[in-house]
Design a protein around this ligand. Sequence first.
Ligand code: NAP
Length: 283
Amino acid sequence: MPLNINGQTKLVGLIGYPVEHSLSPAMHNSAFAALNLSWCYVPLPVHPDRLGEAVAGLQALSFVGANVTVPHKEAVMSYLDEVIPEAQAIGAVNTIVVRDGQGIGYNTDWQGFLTALSEGGFDPHGKRAVVLGAGGAARAVVYALVQAGAQVTVLNRTLARAQALVRDFSPLFPALSLTLQTLEEQTAEAHLLVNATPVGTWPEVDQSPWPEDLAFPGHLTVFDLVYNPHQTKLLQQARAAGAKDIGGLGMLVHQGAVAFELWTGEKAPVETMYEVANKTLGR
Ligand code: NAP
């Protein structure tokens, strides 16, 4: 991945805390190199107390933009000059574009999810989906699915967070509602199950949001946002039951591709990004 850094090199980065394990620097720097662009993507660990200073610093240092990750996706919105309506509706920003000195917030997770879902061969239109989790990623997934014409139910460990999600989305999606039905009851009628919790992420690879003692419904398509490991315990349970499984790497690559295109105006080299992400994960 030779970096061609010179006086005209453009800078982007990743604001998060921590950021050491992110695949995004390798993925984006290889994409820049593949297109022979003199751009550089750097990890920017930002303590939550200094988020405002960091966003002002991006603008002061003439960065073209940044990605934003945990724990800043919601909090960053109050430091931006503008948040586009989709990101506002989702309530989270994962991409900043600095244009004419103004910080503009986008959310590319929902597009990344839909593209990866389609790549996995699932069309959500008219389907019933169950989403596990009610955090920032779940919000992007719910937004994507409802926009694509699916009927969505959210199950979350903490009721208040699920209530907040439904409350925030209800002006946009009046059909969204809360349920007291169990995972088993919900998935019996569903076509798609999405894990938008971190359960099963390395090193907790023996964990799954699907209970061990509950038979897995083989009719489901299962999308796990977790991408490390590639085959999570949940996806192994799904596959063993004959269900179709889709891992989270496609979403990561495609949300990155949309951000890349927002910054550079060039079509992202998605194949390169997949290759590098897989290689970085040791696959
Ligand atoms: P978040 O805002 O912290 O939300 C996490 C959600 O998971 C919350 O609803 C939380 O429930 C639930 N949760 C956490 N631990 C749990 C447990 N042990 N059992 C049951 N529920 C649990 O995080 P996020 O930003 O939404 O990210 C969620 C996951 O998606 C992360 O693993 C992240 O890496 C992944 N992600 C992947 C992509 C991709 O491109 N593939 C993109 C974005 C995010 P409570 O409300 O009860 O705390």
